[in-house]
Design a protein around this ligand. Structure first.
Ligand code: SF4
Ligand code: SF4
Ligand code: FES
Length: 474
């Protein structure tokens, strides 16, 4: 373990670390645009200059540590270099922060104010470029804002493997462009380049001009899109910035989804399906309990469901693979002894969806199949002769398969054919309205937290199971 000195402080570094890595591990921030911990080192932006005693200045991201080296991250020479580099980086950058989605999260903006703060020294007009370069139906590129760090290009080569982006031409005519085979459009991980871009050049069309980021806050969550269970941040409106009279729906909507880095599950990435969770969670909701197809109070519906369970001779439960660990355990505890339980796939692959790949995406499109199967077994759902009641928790059950004469209780959050057919319907909260945990296909347990309040008329499934079993019932 070589000891190096950063700004006079001794730091234990690993043999194979660069000065950038050793400094970050020791809590010393060195500015960087092109360097990213999960990508190769191109050394093109030059903002990470440091001074090494007796050696002069050079870039920290590509400088191996050497025992005894003395590194200065803020010497007069380093400060002067950084200012000059920022003048160069901003030479053709339009500085349209006022309309840029990256404002508030932009390292160019931050570094300019922290390390430069001077007006441009240039008297020449900025070189114009494409402002709205449609890379796909998901992503648009503002080439004028691009600082040519090449993070996005390297991502498609080194991580997603689509090779969908490249840089063409030279000098101030250099432009990031999609490859002519259209590979970027089909890259299921393409939206990661929006997070990777240190400036506001790559923009999500879903999020375009939707909100300033300082009006939002993230809630840690888990993507339910497949058995990987990537950890994510679900962004939504801050309490203090809730809209009071116009567009109030925005207050309870997902503004965007970003990865929450987790080395045990997804590293720093997620796939595009994880970005599209609003499509899943903002479908029409069941908020009204029903008995025999007519609206009922929740107590009345619970009582009707309890009667059906109490009088059934051969009841079957189809258990949700979207239930949390806590809910699955509550179901097993309260109802597992009374009904024959089978784990159901709530969601199946959609047409055109990537089934599975070697990076993150898994073929099972349900987040908690592993814990559900641990508790209720692997057997495929089936109905023994004489089945006279089916309790369906969650989605994915085709009511055409209901045995003749059997009654149907549905505990669900979204409308489907089963909720339409239900003899008793009990509306349940979604993952975004309660806390819980999922166990992914490798057995890693990840937590999710509530982002939004439960709508009126909706109960947590865990509470419903206790009521159906007769506990706390009046
Ligand atoms: S678009 Fe963004 S990530 Fe890509 S090279 Fe330009 S600045 Fe870097
Ligand atoms: S890989 Fe699976 S869990 Fe991860 S973001 Fe994509 S769909 Fe969600
Ligand atoms: S971060 Fe070192 S050269 Fe870009």
């Amino acid at each position: 373990m070589p000891t190096i000195y950063i700004d006079g402080r001794p730091v234990e570094a690993a043999e194979d670390q660069t000065v950038m890595q050793a400094a970050r591990a020791a809590g010393v921030e060195i500015p960087h645009f092109c360097w990213h911990p999960a990508l190769s080192v191109p050394g093109n932006c030059r903002i990470c200059m440091v001074e090494v005693e007796g050696k002069g200045t050079d870039i920290a991201c590509n400088m191996p540590v050497k025992a005894g080296m003395k590194v200065f991250t803020n010497s007069d020479e380093v400060v002067a270099h950084r200012k000059a580099i920022l003048q160069l980086t901003l030479l053709n950058h339009p500085v349209d922060c006022g309309i840029c989605d990256k404002a508030g999260e932009c390292t160019l903006q931050d570094y300019h104010y922290r390390y430069n703060g001077e007006p441009s020294v240039s008297v020449d007009a900025k070189v114009p470029a494409t402002k709205f370069n449609e890379l796909s139906d998901r992503i648009v590129l503002d080439n004028e804002r691009c600082i040519l760090c090449s993070r996005c290009v390297r991502f498609t080569r080194e991580v997603s493997g689509s090779n969908g982006l490249g840089i063409e031409h030279r000098a101030d005519h250099s432009r990031v462009q999609p490859s002519s085979d259209g590979a970027f459009r089909g890259d299921p991980y393409s939206d990661n380049v929006v997070d990777l871009c240190p400036v506001g050049a790559l923009l999500s069309r879903r999020f375009l001009y939707r909100s300033r980021v300082w009006y939002l806050e993230p809630t840690p969550s888990v993507c339910p899109g497949c058995e990987r269970g990537c950890t994510i941040n679900v962004w939504h409106r801050l309490e203090d910035w809730k809209l009071k009279s116009v567009a109030t729906k925005e207050n309870s909507r997902i503004a965007r989804v970003t990865p929450l880095e987790n080395p045990a599950v997804n590293g720093p990435w997620i796939c595009n399906k994880g970005r599209d969770l609003a499509d899943l969670f903002e479908r029409p909701r069941t908020t009204q309990a029903k008995v025999g197809g007519r609206p009922a109070e929740i107590d009345e519906a619970v009582a009707a469901a309890r009667r059906l369970i109490a009088t059934a001779t051969r009841p079957v439960a189809l258990v949700s693979s979207w239930g949390s660990n806590e809910e699955l355990e509550a179901f097993a505890r309260h109802l597992g002894g009374r009904l024959a339980c089978f784990v159901k796939a709530d969601h199946r692959p959609r047409e055109g969806e990537v089934l599975e790949d070697g990076l993150l995406i898994k073929a099972g499109k349900n987040p908690n199949s592993r814990r559900a199967r641990e508790l209720f077994g692997d057997a495929a759902p089936s109905f023994a002769p004489g089945t006279d009641l089916v309790l369906c928790w969650g989605e994915g059950f085709d009511p055409a398969l209901l045995p003749a004469g059997a009654k149907l209780i549905v505990i669900g959050s979204f409308f489907d054919a089963a909720t339409d057919r239900a003899d008793v319907l009990l509306p349940a909260s979604t993952q975004l309205e309660r806390d819980g945990h999922y166990t992914n296909f490798e057995g890693v347990v990840s937590a999710f937290a509530a982002c939004f309040p439960r709508p009126a008329g909706v109960a947590d499934a865990e509470a419903l199971f206790g009521l159906l079993a007769g506990e706390d019932a009046t």
